[in-house]
Write a protein that binds this ligand. Structure first.
Ligand SMILES: *Cc1c(COP(=O)(O)O)cnc(C)c1O
Length: 395
């Protein structure tokens, strides 16, 4: 099976991990701050705080921004459930903003319309979580302007978007947001096996994030509430978690980070081949905004109306032929858990329409040209069969 995404582990990655295993520090050693510095430098920002996943980084980010019961948090329905769950962990109510039919990101037009209405009802969100779908940044200039006008906080869920740019600025620079979160899960652009990172330009937020990932404790003499009892002394000042990244994971992440551009370039090359080879098929191909440079985590196509085949049939045929396509995403508001929170089908028609037709094709650094050719030719066979009305199983 050719998967839709896969990590690439080099000999240098293995050596970096082995070096940590042979060192004194498996966790809370020097590898974590080293990885953090690399990310901060890449993004051109002061602070990077590593976590054991993007999910925990998103949770800590919501906590650091003081999200709690009674608060409203808005995000895109077209994302992984973690983008919304982080607000629920804090007891906040989650609501959604429909997506833009071109970028599949949260629509700034829908966001503005919803804000106008929310202001009339006195129900403005305290926080918006903008998700950079597929590796392409949301229109952060527009969303940032709305955040200032309506007074909400802004988190970028950039789990797909390490290495991406918006208006020539790296995602993670937090030019328009309070905190940006990256994920290093193996299907993402670089991996630390499990891992995430929160970026911020705000020193107080960075300290709060660091405290929350380590039980809410601090040893910083400048921050102690009571006199220092001695060298062993620490204080727990908030209810935090053990959300720390280990040195083993950080060493893998740092080693991968040195190949970020290599990964991005190959992904872009594969994307250009897909664009070219699939142009004549009854598909809608992903679109890159002129101000965005995508990290191309996903190549998400939509089956057009001209194709007489359903997405479900196409998915099953491709899978049967060994092509590990996937679907990103089932709109979050349709998940039973969120329906129980009062969300219903029909609320976000663009996200639902997109979902009915979407399919993510294999895209990852190690995908070879010959494998991609096979994906393309099987897809062609499936769709040709479909329009002729006598589809056969591709060999
Ligand atoms: C992968 C992903 C997450 C969660 O990342 P983990 O590191 O697996 O916790 C959150 N949001 C989005 C959009 C993702 O794709």
């Amino acid at each position: 099976m050719i998967p839709y995404g896969h990590q690439h582990i080099s000999e240098a990655d293995i050596q970096a991990v082995v070096a940590v295993l042979k060192s004194d520090w498996l966790t809370q050693g020097p590898a974590v701050p080293r990885f953090e510095s690399m990310l901060a430098e890449h993004c051109g920002i002061a602070h990077a705080v590593a976590f054991n996943s993007a999910t925990s980084a998103l949770h800590a980010a919501c906590m650091a921004l003081e999200i709690g019961p009674g608060d409203l948090v808005w995000t895109s329905p077209n994302t992984f459930v973690a983008s919304a769950n982080c607000a629920r962990y804090c007891g906040a109510e989650v609501d959604f903003v429909d997506i833009d039919p071109l970028s599949y990101n949260l629509s700034t037009v829908a966001l503005e319309a919803k804000l106008v209405q929310a202001q009339r009802q006195g129900r403005l969100p305290k926080l918006v979580i903008a998700v950079h779908f597929g590796g392409q940044s949301c229109d952060m200039t527009a969303i940032g302007a709305l955040a200032r006008r309506y007074g909400f906080k802004l988190i970028e869920d950039a789990s797909h978007a390490i290495g991406a740019r918006w208006e020539d600025t790296p995602v993670g620079a937090c030019l328009h947001s309070d905190i940006t979160v990256f994920s290093f899960h193996p299907v993402k652009v670089i991996t630390s096996a499990e891992g995430g990172m929160a970026m911020t330009g705000d020193g107080a937020l960075a300290e709060r994030l660091a405290m929350l990932r380590s039980h809410g404790t601090t040893r910083d003499p400048a921050r102690l509430h009571h006199p220092d009892h001695g060298g062993w002394y620490y204080e727990q000042q908030a209810l935090g978690y053990n959300y720390r990244m280990t040195d083993v994971h950080a060493a893998l992440g740092a080693s991968q980070m040195t190949r970020l551009d290599v990964f991005l370039n190959r992904r872009r090359e594969l994307v250009e081949r897909y664009h070219h080879e699939l142009a004549q098929l009854p598909l809608r191909l992903p679109h890159e905004h002129s101000s965005a440079r995508s990290a191309w985590h996903l190549y998400a196509i939509q089956l057009d109306d001209a194709a007489s085949m359903t997405r479900r049939v196409l998915y099953d045929r491709l899978r049967a032929a060994g092509i590990g396509v996937n679907v990103h995403y089932i709109p979050i508001h349709l998940q039973p858990y969120y329906r129980q929170q009062g969300h219903a089908e029909g609320s976000y028609p663009e996200a639902e329409r997109y979902y009915r037709r979407a399919l993510s094709l294999p895209l990852y650094y190690g995908l070879e040209d010959a494998q991609q050719d096979r994906v393309i030719s099987v897809l062609r066979q499936c769709l040709a069969g479909s329009t002729r009305g006598h589809a056969r199983m591709p060999g």
